[in-house]
Design a protein around this ligand. Structure first.
Ligand code: AP5
Ligand code: MG
Ligand code: ZN
Length: 218
């Protein structure tokens, strides 16, 4: 099963993708995480991407598509992928269609996560992530059970993203509305678009996504 979580910055794509890895045996494919790994590794591509990401713009379709195509050729994604933060432009959506077709696969569902702008800014401002396993947390909405210790892996180091400040979040939202929101109608026309109320709490959103996927599998 291949699904896309489509939604603005802070909608909860990464949070729910991690849950789906456990509950549905899918692999999370987060282009944002892949780019941040390239930045951390100090590769040429990473250095170029960092400046773009720090101002909240999109990295070029060409770079993103090369990275995704390479990932899609690895054996661990064969059972199914949850795309998180990809596709983000109509050109990326079209390229994903042909990438899947070429591999004899299809897109089973696109799940749009709807969240109001002010809530997104609040969520992103309080976000932090386990440095070891990538589990996401939030200062007010999703604290680790024991302060300073990751629930999942016991790690004690956490990171905050360079683009998680109010100014960049607002720029990222603008970019989302201009370049990514058109994908909602692109997928609606295909008939595989579903929507969830991303304003609900994390477990409720997980349950809504689960019901959509049950409908598809059944
Ligand atoms: P990317 O990493 O994809 O960031 P994004 O789309 O801006 O989304 P976020 O990761 O900020 O939000 P999320 O939806 O994952 O929310 P999360 O689950 O963490 O992209 C970063 C940059 O890379 C881009 O700006 C661009 O430059 C570049 N890039 C990436 N992909 C690209 C592409 N395809 N093309 C071109 N450029 C690309 O949740 C947020 C917080 O809220 C967390 O703290 C969480 O605990 C909390 N939370 C989650 N759900 C809830 C809930 N229901 N209630 C309360 N709190 C919640
Ligand atoms: Mg994310
Ligand atoms: Zn961890």
């Amino acid at each position: 099963m291949n699904i896309i979580l489509l939604g603005p910055p802070g909608a909860g794509k990464g949070t729910q993708a991690k849950v789906l890895e456990e509950s549905h045996g899918l692999k999370q494919l987060s282009t944002g995480d892949m780019l941040r790994a390239a930045v951390a590794a100090g590769s040429d591509m990473g250095l170029k991407a960092k400046a773009i990401m720090d101002r909240g713009d999109l990295v070029s379709d060409e770079v993103i598509l090369a990275v995704v195509a390479e990932r899609m050729d690895q054996p661990d994604v064969k059972k199914g992928v949850v795309f998180d933060g990809f596709p983000r432009t109509p050109a990326q959506a079209e390229a994903l269609d042909s990438m899947l077709a070429k591999r004899g696969q299809k897109l089973d569902a696109v799940i749009e996560m709807k969240v109001e702008d002010e809530e997104l800014v609040k969520r992103i401002s309080g976000r932090f992530t386990c440095a070891k396993c990538g589990t996401g947390y939030h200062d007010s909405f999703a604290r680790p059970k024991v302060d300073g210790v990751c629930d999942v892996c016991g790690g004690t180091e956490f990171i905050r993203r360079a683009d998680d400040n109010e100014k960049t979040v607002r720029d990222r939202l603008k970019v989302y509305n201009e370049q990514t929101a058109p994908l909602v109608s692109y997928y609606a026309k295909r008939g595989n678009l579903h929507s969830v109320d991303g304003m609900a709490d994390i477990k409720m959103v997980t349950a809504s996504i689960g019901r959509i996927l049950d409908g598809i599998e059944g």
